[in-house]
Design a protein around this ligand. Structure first.
Ligand code: HEC
Length: 126
């Protein structure tokens, strides 16, 4: 490279390189992968206290009432070596879990009475 070319490189091209790379990564940070904790109040507490033995995936794939979550935490405390969280921290964690991974409402569709059902094309009329 001639000196002149080096100057052009430094002045015009080099400063724009970081821009090229930052553009590609900024969108990926915004979205939350399905295995990650929902970013609601308290998620950081759960992240800090609940993901050292297993990933957050095992948490987000579960759901339940406050009592169910409490019993899971007790089970881990009694048999898996989870340390004492203290009542306040445990309460905040339970708040987060119940709010974001609470009891799922029944999702099965109610059966309709037969006269409201569409006719079944696989059944032969006879
Ligand atoms: C000291 C280690 C440890 C810590 C800390 C820990 N867990 Fe666990 N947890 C375990 C182990 C071990 C299992 C069983 C994993 C398996 O079955 O593969 C488990 C399983 C689970 C399960 C699945 C239970 C089931 O019924 O299948 C959930 C949900 C869970 N943990 C949530 C949490 C939450 C919420 C916290 C934070 C309060 C937490 N864990 C912190 C060790 C830990």
């Amino acid at each position: 490279m001639t000196n002149k070319m080096k100057l052009i490189w430094l002045a015009l091209i080099a400063p724009s390189l970081p821009l090229l790379f930052s553009g590609a990564s900024s969108t990926a940070q915004e979205s939350t992968a399905p295995s990650e904790l929902i970013r609601e109040e308290g998620w950081q507490l759960v992240h800090d206290n609940c993901t050292e033995c297993h990933s957050s995936q095992i948490i987000v794939q579960n759901s339940g009432t406050r009592e169910v979550w409490k019993s899971r935490i007790e089970w881990m405390r009694n048999s898996q070596g989870l340390g004492d969280l203290g009542p306040e921290l445990e309460d905040s964690i339970l708040d987060y879990l119940t709010l974001n991974y609470g009891q799922k409402t029944a999702s099965r569709r109610r059966a309709l009475p037969p006269h409201l059902m569409p006719s079944n094309p696989n059944l032969q009329a006879n």
